[in-house]
Design a binder for this molecule. Structure first.
Ligand code: C2E
Ligand code: CA
Ligand code: CA
Length: 583
């Protein structure tokens, strides 16, 4: 046995030399057993055959291409039986190129040797940071068969693409780490910004490389009693110790700057950005891990979507309360739509040339069973978020068309009426066909319907938008650009979009009587719109001064509380639509 131990010690030293100093994985692989089950730097990097081991080595090479220097190496060789021997090397390794990889670590390099046909082969190779909880008694006391079956069981908790934990693995490991600990922890969940763009621009294989690189670097960022996982496509979670928010800020910044390895970074030419939510765990750690992940996800939703850099947000209890309120509102909305509890109001629009009411805008109102009125701003964005908006906007369209059909039958003086349609419809297949079908089912002449799209809709793909607008125009509807002046598109929008009406937002109007600059801008907008054949509606006119100002600036139509508030249909009919000959 002495000779075996000496031989294994010598071979193990050679393996450490190949692994760290030469990084000659090809030669090292010649020593691997066919039943290799474990390889890597993390705690549980499982592989099931030589091919997977080779893949792992290639990944390692890709992340850092240089070599290490070994110092202070000591070896311990422990025979389990005549055919199985454990060798552990404790050493210090230092990368030769410290600019590329800034670390100098004490390492435990462990090998499990098994005798196969008179040859010693490695069924386990593992480099880890020394951890007293992982000494040979609880780390190596499995025989290779047991190791393999443990490996298969463990594999279901690992993500096949990246090798780090998956959702199930994370939950199990987090539960283990949080059991009986007094440490403070935070659960971080993050999502890569524009990952779809990376896939599209560079191809899915590169997208996968990015995910692997992130996973690898995340696992390196974890200390012994921390963990990380990839739980969905480009969503990762970490369970990190929490000292204070300032240290967490620094750590998040560091994580961000090290997410990619050199080769991915070179190809992508920029760092990846993330949006993260952080949940600080309660002291008793009794909470369900998935509910912690949900809370971190709520926080993520509140991160501002700015273009410049990664952002994160801490979870706060109001976020859950808001979510619950939203869920409740959504449930009520579904019932309200069935019970026809939404009502239409119409706001009159006055032509400035002769002060006649010439058109109106349909807006919706919702009164809850307890009498509370919910303003559209409080539910439209919610409907958009949860995919209810299409149903809702068509519901409103039906209501309006039904009313207009009655007006036509009653021979009333009839105005064109605007409907607000969400920008989300731009990407809905067959939306316009369905829109036309509804209007036609009530036999409403198309020119009596004005289709309002907010300025923000015009940030969508140019081609898509052009096609959308063209189809509406060809069908004879009028198109209005709503809320002009609140988005980013500005004047350039007017040259790109063939709309009939420009609705200038009230925020632009507010400054005109105090600022000459604002007044000039307002005037130029009107002038430009006229020069390309558009009519201009000014929204939010509340005072006589404002009305005079916009009259002077040659605005075409005024809408606002001064002219008239949005009023129920019956009131609107009574006030503005006495049954006379149709015009
Ligand atoms: P909007 O299209 O810009 O509609 C004008 C909003 O300004 C209305 O608010 C109207 O009540 C308000 N308003 C009118 N005149 C004045 C004024 O002089 N002063 C002030 N301070 N406000 C005035 P409302 O009805 O609360 O609607 C808010 C937004 O909700 C609408 O903005 C529109 O974008 C959206 N919306 C309303 N109904 C629908 C709908 O059926 N479908 C969709 N997709 N969106 C809708
Ligand atoms: Ca509008
Ligand atoms: Ca508006």
């Amino acid at each position: 046995m002495e000779a075996v131990i000496a031989n294994i010690r010598k071979m193990s030293r050679y393996m450490a030399y190949l692994y760290f100093e030469k990084r000659d994985y090809a030669r090292l692989q010649a020593y691997l057993s066919d039943s290799i089950s474990w390889v890597g730097t993390g705690k549980y990097e499982i592989c099931h055959n030589k091919e997977e081991a080779q893949h792992f080595f290639m990944e390692e090479q890709r992340v850092y291409q240089g070599v290490f220097t070994i110092t202070n190496d000591t070896y311990r060789v422990i025979p389990l039986n005549t055919c199985t021997v454990i060798a552990i090397c404790l050493c210090r390794v230092q990368p030769q190129d410290r600019d590329a990889l800034d670390m100098c670590e004490d390492m435990r390099f462990s090998l499990l040797w098994t005798k196969e046909d008179d040859e010693w082969k490695i069924s386990h190779v593992h480099a880890s940071i020394p951890d007293s909880s992982l000494d040979e008694t609880n780390y190596f006391n499995l025989n290779p068969k047991e190791l393999k079956s443990a490996g298969i069981q463990l594999a279901s908790r690992y993500d096949t693409l990246t090798g780090i934990r998956n959702m199930e693995g994370f939950v199990k490991e987090a539960e283990r780490l949080l059991k009986d600990t007094t440490q403070a922890y935070a659960l971080i969940r993050f999502n890569i910004c524009n990952f779809r763009f990376i896939n599209h621009q560079y191809g899915y294989a590169f997208g996968d490389d990015i995910l692997k690189s992130i996973a690898h670097n995340l696992s390196l960022s974890c200390q012994d009693t921390e963990t990380c996982a990839r739980i969905e496509k480009d969503t990762f979670v970490m369970l990190y110790h929490l000292q204070d928010k300032e240290k967490m800020y620094k750590r998040m910044y560091e994580v961000k700057s090290r997410l990619l390895d050199c080769s991915s970074l070179r190809r992508l030419k920029q760092k990846v950005q993330y949006t993260a939510g952080i949940y600080i765990l309660e002291k008793d750690n009794k909470e369900n891990i998935k509910s912690m992940m949900d809370k971190a996800a709520f926080a993520m939703k509140y991160v501002e979507n700015t273009l410049d850099s990664s952002k994160f947000m801490y979870y706060e209890s109001w976020m859950l309360q808001k979510k619950n309120r939203d869920d409740e509102l959504l449930e009520q909305a579904k019932a309200a739509m069935q019970n026809q509890d939404f009502k239409l109001v119409i706001q009159p629009q006055m032509q400035l040339e002769d002060d006649r009411i010439v058109s109106g805008e349909a807006l919706s109102r919702w009164t809850l069973p307890d009498g509370t009125a919910v303003a559209p701003d409080g539910f439209i964005s919610l409907f958009e978020k949860y995919g209810l908006i299409s149903k809702y906007d068509f519901y409103v369209l039906h209501l309006l068309c039904k009313t207009m059909q009655r007006w036509i039958r009653e021979n009333r003086k009839i105005f064109p009426i605007s409907v607000n349609q969400s920008r989300t419809h731009l990407t809905e297949p067959n939306y316009i066909e369905y829109f036309i079908q509804v209007v036609d089912s009530y036999q409403i002449p198309h020119e009596l319907i004005v289709f309002e799209l907010t300025e923000s809709a015009f940030t969508e793909s140019e081609k898509l938008l052009q096609h959308f607008m063209m189809s509406l125009k060809n069908a004879g509807f009028q198109i209005a650009i709503d809320d002009f002046g609140t988005g980013f598109s500005g004047i350039s929008l007017l040259s790109r979009v063939n709309a009939d009406i420009l609705k200038v937002d009230k925020s632009l109007l507010n400054g005109i009587n105090t600022s000459r600059r604002q007044m000039t801008i307002f005037w130029k907008i009107i002038e430009m719109a006229h020069s390309i054949g558009m009519r201009v509606i000014c929204e939010g006119v509340e005072t006589k001064e404002q009305l005079n100002d916009i009259r002077l600036l040659k605005c075409d139509i005024a809408q606002g509380y001064l002219i008239g508030k949005p009023i129920p249909l019956e009131e609107f009919e009574e006030k503005f639509m006495s049954p006379t000959v149709r015009i």
